[in-house]
Design a protein around this ligand. Sequence first.
Ligand code: DAH
Length: 343
Amino acid sequence: MREQLLKLKDEALAAIVNAPDVATIQEMRVRYLGKKSDLSLALGGLGKLPSIEERKAMGALGNELKQAVSAALDDREAVLGEGELEVRLAAERIDVTLPGRPVRRGHLHILNQVINRIEDLFIAMGYEVAETRQVETDWYNFEALNIPKGHPARDAQDSFYMTDDVLLRTHTSNTQIRYMLEVAKGRTPVKIICPGRVFRRDFEDATHSAQFHQVEGLVIDKGINMATLKGTLVEMAHGLFGAGVGIRLRPSYFPFTEPSAEMDISCIFCKGKGCRTCKGSGWIEIGGSGMVHPNVLRHGGYDPEEVSGWAFGYGPERVAMLMYGIEDIRHFTNSDMRFVRQF
Ligand code: DAH
């Protein structure tokens, strides 16, 4: 039996040294050491040996041989493994000297830059930035702003209705009511600037878009009057267009203000002399304003006998178009990178 065991070991060792790869080593482990290996089967015959001493001796030898085979397998596997690792490393090597692909750095869209600038001007004057929802109920978008159902002013703001009562807001003026009721709750002063997206069922052309932005301003306190409105608008115009620009308030009508005024800036192109852009008038209209209507104050939970306020609203797209000579409002939303990258 001894000879048989030693022969099996020698055969195994000879094969192991020539194993070509790690997968073969794994097969050999089963073939030479598994339960059905020749070595295991031979050792299974131990019980038939005549004396206890012989059984012990052969058992010990068997274990020794198994360990030797196992160690040989481990050694060969280590050698092959290292070789295979080297091959893989060589095949998968990354050339770190190749120049990388440049990552293009983005920047804020020109419209957001202009809105940020407007916000900054007002923050410097002690205003808070307030924003609210774009999907609004009829009450916040119209009724609370003194535009009851059937009021002709609704025709001027062709709306996207989701249901009879819910629509995409047509202006940022809903923020006035939401801020009064949900944030200020009767406290004074209220000083907010409200940028945001608004929606109208407009046919698109160079100056109309179905979605655009507005910036709303609202001030409420004791003794607020149109003089402070004008002073604030002058400050804003100077901040945006430069110190030489003037403001003109022109009587107008809005349901939510009384009195109401259209706000114009002096033409930044001809300095008020009259040109094509201002159609010879020397003035460019940028938005609406006025003293907050008593009904609006009441709807916001304020007593018009106690406090007064003013408000304004205008489109930052129009401001950006004037500031940068952009000739078509559709540039802001069509994502043409030749436009976007210019600013
Ligand atoms: N909401 C008006 C519009 O969309 C703009 C406006 C005019 C807002 C006068 C005001 C205001 O707050 O006082 O046409």
